[in-house]
Ligand binder design. Sequence first.
Ligand SMILES: *Cc1c(COP(=O)(O)O)cnc(C)c1O
Length: 824
Amino acid sequence: MNAKLYHIAQIAQIISSTLPTYMHGDRPIRWIGYDSRKIGDAGATIFFALQGRRDGHGYIAEAYKKGVRHFVVSETDDYQRQFPNANFLPVDDTLKALQALAAYHRASFSYPVLAITGSNGKTVVKEWLYELLSPDFRIVRSPKSFNSQLGVALSLWEMDDTANLAIIEAGISQSGEMMALQQMIKPTIGILTNIGHAHDAGFASVEQKAQEKLLLFAGVEKLIYSPEYLHGQQLSSIGKTYTWGEQGKEGLYVHEQRQTDARHTVLMALYQGNHLQLIAPFTDAASLENVICCWMTMLALGYDHEIIAKRIRALSSIGMRLELKTGLNNCSIIDDSYSNDISSLEIALDFLSQQQQHKSKVLLLSDLPVQGMDETPIYQRVAELVNRHKLSMFIGIGERISHHRDLFKGKAAYYPSTSAFLESGLSFQQTTILLKGARAFSFEKISKRLSLQMHDTILEINLNALENNLNQYRAMLPFGVKLMVMVKAFSYGSGSFEIANILQFNKVDYLTVAYADEGIALRRAGIDLPIMVMNPGIQNLEMLLQHELEPEIYSLSELQALAEVIAGMENPSGAFAVHLKLDTGMHRLGFMEDELDDLLHFLNVSPAIRVKSVFSHLVASGDAREDDFTRQQIAFFERMAAQIKEKLPYYILMHIANTSAISRFPEASFDMVRLGIGLYGVSADEGNDLPLATVATLKTKITQIKQIKAGETIGYNRHGKLKGDGSGRTATVKIGYADGYNRRLGNGMGQMVVNGAEVPTVGDICMDMCMLDITAVPGVQEGDEVIVMGEKPHVNELAKAIGTIPYEILTGISPRVKRVYYYE
Ligand SMILES: *Cc1c(COP(=O)(O)O)cnc(C)c1O
């Protein structure tokens, strides 16, 4: 075992806590736990009860149940008595304690630590450097974009003595944060990617932001940066500096960038009086800047230009993200084959265990990149991780992993190479398959073989963004208020079980669908959260009850039908949960006030039906001009609900707030709120400045580019004309009204983004295609990607352009547009 192990008494000392009382068989500590859902080898874990958006102290019981016996806590409670035979180490601040442990751990290694910060490009530069330096170094690096106060501590904890270089990403969002990161990382080499001019909320000015970021580099031996990004700040107590960029002509001065074809750019530079040149396999400005930063870093590390050019030429922009796609034979494919190392494997396995849609789960894992070091301990760690995730089958691909086959428990198969696996013809049904392969193994071939054919028009769903939005709203809820999430209409167009899995993992309290079949689909996909069905339909009630779905009851006749179904059931099991809908002004579905007497009478004589909640719906909670009416609705709801609660002898939840009301009417939170569109990153009320993240991006591709002569027209009915004399260039893209791109967005009403520029539609939208005016944008090629909707153009803009609401646009995206889910 090359990992450093700690005794609990030693940790207590490092974090300045009291000495532990319970030694737990003296088993040393290997893992840090902070999320009770992600605990593996509990006996070797120490759990830090962190106080983030949710208080980790609330999850101690769950972690204890899983077998954790060491806890770091900041609240004094009666833990010792509640949880016998466990250690509770008290500290003032649990995050600081974790950081102290990470700093101690880092200080026990003498190999260089390279730290990267900047506004953009940190993760890309980190991953590329990993790839560029891997042939010569054994590198431990931050997983994904773990760069926060917590993420950096966890990244440093990955350091062990099998490595000889660490690459750590550091990110800050407000002033005062960098000092803590610097003290943990104590970098030997620093890299500044860039500092944007954008004014961030957490800083007083760009200068202050730059000053704060530069704190990371105190005491580094080497610093790689572009003078442009210092924003006038001075560097102090820094060793040798290596600059790049166009301002200063010392350092690496790139004086020409010439795009040679659709994918490549030649970069020409001057460095210490020599002319250097290389080909980068990218054309966009951001990638090229990141390439230059990596180039300077390699020069600073003493690499020969020949080697640098060769390795940069081979870089690739394969997404660094983990993608969930639909596979053949009803499988789900989790594709994470950008890299293969232990920390990203751990994250991918956690995601695999969130997936409930299939009982069967398979991991395909290639050899790990292990350069010339003792590989056995590394495979031991991998096997330890894989074994505790209880897979249906493990498939090892490669000579080395096959050699270590004895380490892996359970059903397994081994193949010497990717092609040997493909030739075997092995196939899967109803299985979730995780693909985790090192680049050299080309697992994209396996992904292609197992996935449904991909289309050029796709809706990408960013799961990090979805979780961010969930947490934004969660943070607004008064203490103890439950959260119901609306996943009706295919989760506002974004997906079914894919979204529900994430919500279940994030422990929301309730889900709501519109129809019974949507609820049944979620049950079949392994979702066991309570689910309310808003429009159950009398003919489906029996199915509904069998699947433990909870109907909304809005009329006496519906209630009577339900009672009859229950009476006709052979073994009704206990009472059936229902939710009463009250009409407080929407006048769509729901009981009116004068119907309550009959309703209550019926309920009082029907013990098999139990009211879980009473609720109503606000008609204009996002519209400030209707606030009086909204308050009236809330008051009316309280009055009606009180009548019901008074007559029924058990506790009943009350809820009325939708997304806009969560932010605008916190006094109407009652026992639960119903989050809808906000989860998907869209705020329906004006003037709301919540930092919501864009969840859905609709993308397509250019099929053909045309040169149009003066006076010609474009598309059906001759409606399309280019500006001026009508000459210019058009691009035909693969999206039309049958995909949900509204026909009213034609003739310049809609915009799309091509090569970073917004361009208008031209002519009528066709069924499967439409045309764009790209006259003003240079360098566009057939096959280029086009953003139809996302960060820009935002769904709100599209909705406004055609006089509708974002809900209609989102739910209108056709099912034929494939959804791809990803984590960054
Ligand atoms: C759709 C719906 C919601 C959610 O509305 P948003 O505006 O998307 O937050 C809440 N309650 C009911 C009854 C709904 O039908």
